[in-house]
Structures are given as structure tokens and as C-alpha cells.
Design a protein around this ligand. Sequence first.
Ligand code: UT7
Length: 333
Amino acid sequence: MIGAAKDGIAISITGLGCKVPDRVVTNDDLKQYVDTTDEWIRERTGIRERRMASRDEALSDIALPASRDALEQAGVEGKDIDLLIVATVTPDMSFPSTGAILADKLGAVDAAAYDLSAGCTGFMYALAQAYGMLAGGLAKRALVVGGDLLSRILDWEDRSTLVLFGDGAGAVVIEAVPERGFLGFELGADGAGGASLWLPGSGSRIFDEPERFVKMNGREVFKFATRILVQSAQNVMERCGVTIDDIDVYVPHQANMRIIDHATRKLGVPSEKVVINVDRYGNTSSGSIPLALADAAQDGRLKPGKLVLMTGMGAGLTWGSALIRWTKEMTPA
Ligand code: UT7
């Protein structure tokens, strides 16, 4: 699915917030669980440390402060939100949705609230969906949250996955603005690759050997990621009539530094335009892109007028890109 925003429809991000759990887990800390080294993890992934939730924290506890910051920055309250989407594969529970839980905590009494599942691409899907509902007149102001506590579904004895992921969430408010913000989206899925990154036994299909933990074919996902990050970005740029030289800030999914380096090189993005947080947070799944946006806002790169390219990819296998002309100065707390 690909599309440029319709002329005359100006919708943008007006608030941005993020939150990671306080507990820092270093590469050395993981050596007590699996046979690994700090050197291997840094060389193969670029990750130095990640954040992990404590026992009493669920996704909504991490998403709540991120959402409050986003609302505050947009200058609105929970009651002003009429659409709330939480992109995640680790909701507090299957139901009620974390969207509904969060809407209650925020006082978003009139909001349609639900969860969306598209693996690590969830935030991109949710952004596009919220954009579409606003553009179609179904909603006026949306809160879009991307977040995961992947540590809850990792096998703490599997070194090939344990070292990669971390916990965190980000949130944005999107609404109508005077000048055009979102320029276009591209989303896709290839279900044939689903078994490269999955959690069999987590739903209604009965498996002989159900899994409680993420299973991943790292090499397959690596190949997919390096191809799709480039292809999806090129597709959305072409559809919107911009080139890589027009891009001011590039926000790729934070899966692995080697994957980001590959995409950056192939696309031809200078390194100073690339936002990186995988070194500090690992792969935070649906939280990865909004957390990176918050970093870019904090370090002063997200100025009004800047053209931002975001591309996510993940379980499904799914992918999604968005182009947005940043419209507002903001510094997340
Ligand atoms: O949002 C999407 C989520 N997933 C991803 O993005 C994952 C994409 N894939 C990757 O990032 C990489 O494939 C990995 C980081 C998972 C693995 O890197 P790799 O360079 O593809 O390593 P490999 O799987 O080819 O393994 C190389 C070696 C193996 O040992 P042998 O068979 O050569 O003796 C692994 O057993 O490294 C070993 N290994 C480790 N060694 C130390 C695998 N994990 C570890 C580890 N510590 N944590």
C-alpha cells in the first residue's frame, strides 16, 4: 500500500513523548544468563545496553508518561483525544486492549481506543491509520503510541535473541495543522516470511510444541531488513516526488547497527542525518521509531521545515515508511 497525502490535507505531529524503564541492562549483565560477550554484541549489533522493565511494570505503565508528555507538548488533555492507537506485540494482556487501559488512565473518555499488531512496524502502521482516519474526517486528534516490553517474551536462555531487544515506548499526538506535515506512506507485509520471526502458540492456533518465547531466524530477518529498509524508503520518496538529497533526518528502525549502516550506505544518507539509539536501547520493537524521533527532537535536529523519513520493519514480515515535513519546534521531557 502506497500513497501520497492528498493536496489540501495538512496533518502533522504536534506532540512527542517517550519513556524507557529505569533499569539499565548492559551486555556484561547478560553474561550471567547466556554464553555471550560484550565484544560480540557490540561488533554484530552495535548495542551497548538496553532498558528492561521491572516485575511490576506493564506496557501501559511505560506508555502513560510518554503519552502525558506528548499531550502536554501538544497543549491538549486526554479528553481532547478522540482516537488512541497502541502499536504493540506485548500489550498488558490480550484484552482489554492497552489502548483502552491507557485511554482510561489519560481521561480520553470519548476516544476510540485499541491495539494494533504489526511487529516492530506497528508504530508506522498506526501512524498511517491515524492519518487516514483524520484525513477521512472520522477523528480530529489522535494519540499514537508505539511500545513494547519485549523482555517479557524473550527466552533468557537463547543468546541469539536475548541480546538484541529492549523495552520502551514513545507517543505522538497528530492533528490538523496549517501547513502540510505528512506527505505520504508506504506499508506492506509478506506473510510467507512469518516464520522467520514469530511466537507460535501465543494465539488460537494449537501447536504441538507451543512457544512462550520469540523464535527468530536471524539471518533471514537480516536479509529481509537490509533489502526492505532501502526499497520501502525509495518507494515512498518516489511517490512523493522527493529524493534522498531532500531528506534532512533519517529515522530507521533500530534493529541492528549493521542493518542501519547498510541501508544508510545504499540510500546515500550522510551519517549526520541518521538517528541512532540502538546502542543505548537495543531493538525496542514498536518503540524504536518514536524513541528515535524523541532523540532527534532533543538533539535539535527536528526543526520546523525539516523533511523526515522514517522506515520500520519487523514481524509479519512487515514494513512501513512515512515522509513528514516537520511543522513544530518541540523538545521532549
Ligand atoms: O525487528 C527485527 C528483529 N530482528 C532483527 O533485526 C534481527 C536481524 N538479524 C541480526 O541482527 C543478526 O542476524 C544477528 C545479530 C541476530 C546475528 O548476527 P549474525 O552475524 O547473523 O550471526 P550468526 O547468526 O551468523 O551467528 C554467528 C555465530 C554463531 O556461532 P557459530 O555457529 O559460527 O559457531 C552463533 O551461534 O555467532 C553465534 N552467536 C553468538 N555468539 C555470542 C549468536 N548469538 C551470539 C551471542 N553471543 N549473543
